[in-house]
Design a protein around this ligand. Structure first.
Ligand code: UDP
Ligand code: MG
Length: 318
């Protein structure tokens, strides 16, 4: 086999939602990087940069179409906004048939494209998945740092298999994507799925940068709902937790009941409006929370049984 034949064909998949302000900047950096890797004989000359337009309402798709006239660039347009995870998933599903390996990275390039080479080297050394891990969050706001780290700690506590400080920046051999297809869940949380698939994996470390232009698509509300989705998709620990609360409450009720009975028999029962109301309120409050948690899981089952498509493609360029 000639040297050229051995080079991997890489496809970089970038989800984009209303990213008109940053797309050209990112495309330029990616083009430079891919040319550098081709010149270093790390990847094949046919490698691709694929932008997935996740139903943007600005000129994102127009920019992607313009870019696709250049070598290496291509694009997929989803029929509407399916969300970050589904956009990455759609990109991976299409590109796995056109490349040996994929890299998924956010379109704002806050994750460091300079570790692409380390990822490719790790793959050459036998890793099928290479996780990009943030080893430094100095540039994140204090709030983002605390909430993000709290989230990873919570995932560990719930025994969800995940890579600490890794988001959706990863290198994947297309062979792994063939296995990903077997995971049928509609509500996707990719960073929880890849560690379950297995295969040899490694981490590469980098510093996460600030967003150069445009604004975050993950305000606090979306971040919390994403985190909760991750937990409920991979762990039933909250259900077990409320079962434990139930046991504790039951034990408290028994002791309370004994005390009430004794007080009644000895004629010392108090005419307590406040105390009985308080107990009532506490117990019904806890009950409501527990029902809410069960409801969340029922909602999840409801969404899953419908088996709606994770994405719908409008157009694929080239
Ligand atoms: N994104 C997407 N669909 C959405 C929301 C976000 O494809 O519904 C993309 C977005 O364009 C970006 C990536 O997901 O490429 C991550 O979003 P962002 O950078 O705003 O998140 P942050 O880095 O602030 O957590
Ligand atoms: Mg970002």
């Amino acid at each position: 086999m000639s040297e050229v034949n051995k080079l991997i064909k890489l496809a970089i998949v970038l989800p984009c939602y209303n990213e008109e302000e940053i797309l050209e900047f990112s495309a330029k950096l990616l083009e430079q990087k891919i040319t550098e890797l081709i010149n270093k004989n790390k990847i094949s000359n046919e490698s691709l940069i694929c932008f997935v337009d996740d139903g943007s309402r600005d000129t994102t798709w127009k920019i992607i179409e313009d870019l696709s006239t250049k070598n290496h660039f291509t694009g997929i347009k989803l029929a509407t906004n399916f969300g970050h995870q589904n956009a990455i998933y759609a990109g991976m599903m299409i590109m796995k048939d056109h490349a040996d390996c994929l890299i998924t990275i956010d379109a704002d390039l806050q994750d460091d494209i300079n570790v692409f080479e380390d990822m490719i080297d790790a793959h050459e050394n036998g890793s099928m998945i290479v996780y990009g891990v943030r080893d430094n969050r100095e540039l994140d706001s204090y709030f983002k740092r605390i909430t993000a780290q709290g989230f990873y700690k919570l995932m560990q506590l719930m025994k969800v298999k995940s890579v600490y400080n890794h988001a959706d920046f990863r290198f994947i051999d297309s062979r792994v994507i063939e296995e990903l297809v077997k995971f049928k869940e509609v509500s996707l949380f990719l960073r929880g799925i890849f560690p379950i698939i297995g295969f040899n994996s490694t981490n590469v470390y980098y510093q996460r940068k600030i967003r150069v232009a445009g604004e975050t698509k993950y305000p606090l509300r979306k971040m919390l709902s994403f985190a909760w989705n991750g937990i409920t998709s991979f762990s039933t620990a909250p259900l077990r937790f409320i079962f434990y609360i139930g046991i504790i409450m039951f034990l408290i009720s028994i002791s309370f009941g004994i005390w009430v009975a004794i007080a009644a028999f000895t004629g010392e029962s108090v005419k307590g409006w406040a105390s009985s109301l308080l107990v009532n309120l506490i117990f019904s409050g806890i009950n409501m929370i527990c029902l809410g948690i069960i409801g969340e899981y029922i909602g999840k089952i409801y969404q899953e049984v419908k088996q709606r498509p994770r994405y719908i493609i409008d157009k694929i360029l080239k």
